[in-house]
Design a binder for this molecule. Structure first.
Ligand code: HEC
Length: 173
């Protein structure tokens, strides 16, 4: 490669990089450090429980254990932070600390957990798989936007902007 070509290559890489950062995706902004200790503690505890429940759900789906899928979906739904009995002060602290979009992603995830429970009750394996995939997209979307201080490997990932939002993945079922 001669000098001119390698310069061009570097330039185009730089242009691609700037295009990627100037896209629709807003700069990542970790929310954890802005939460009160109480809220952060609750959130972390809940996340650990959700991850365990997701793994158990996966196992139940691929073995056709519909009742267990329904139970896990309900448990994920019920454990959710905004569903917990936060005091009014906690709620105000939460809303003050996180961007509106975080709450929207939270709501989306919450609704998906309800859909998972429903798909379990309906004994509908295809709906269980689809919903599980949408939920995984939600985890990744929220973490890659709001937890990059801890999950560096999710920083600057590219995936559909709709992930984690209500239109996300719906076209695929
Ligand atoms: C609406 C945003 C949001 C969604 C959706 C979300 N998370 Fe999280 N998650 C967070 C935040 C914020 C943290 C970091 C908390 C902190 O460190 O303060 C976190 C942290 C975690 C952690 C680390 C907990 C620890 O040990 O400290 C795990 C595990 C986790 N999430 C699992 C999941 C899974 C699995 C899903 C999807 C099924 C999910 N999360 C969906 C916001 C989200």
């Amino acid at each position: 490669m001669n000098k001119k070509q390698s310069y061009r290559t570097i330039l185009s890489v730089a242009m691609l990089a700037s295009l990627a950062t100037s896209g629709a995706v807003v700069a990542a902004q970790p929310v954890g450090p802005d939460l009160t200790d109480k809220l952060r503690g609750l959130l972390v505890k809940e996340m650990v429980e959700i991850e365990a429940a997701m793994q158990e759900t996966y196992s139940a789906i691929i073995q056709g254990k519909h009742n267990e899928v329904a139970q896990k979906g309900q448990a994920i739904h019920d454990s959710f932070i905004l569903e917990q009995s936060l005091t009014e002060q906690d709620e105000q602290d939460l809303v003050a600390a996180v961007p509106q979009e975080f709450l929207q992603m939270d709501g989306r995830f919450h609704r998906l957990a309800a859909s998972l429970a429903e798909a379990g009750k309906q004994q509908d394996t295809q709906a269980q798989v689809n919903t599980f995939n949408r939920m995984t997209e939600s985890c990744v979307a929220c973490h890659s936007r709001y937890v990059t201080d801890r999950f560096e490997g999710l920083d600057n990932q590219s995936f559909p902007a709709a992930w984690g939002h209500d239109a996300g993945g719906d076209s695929q079922g």
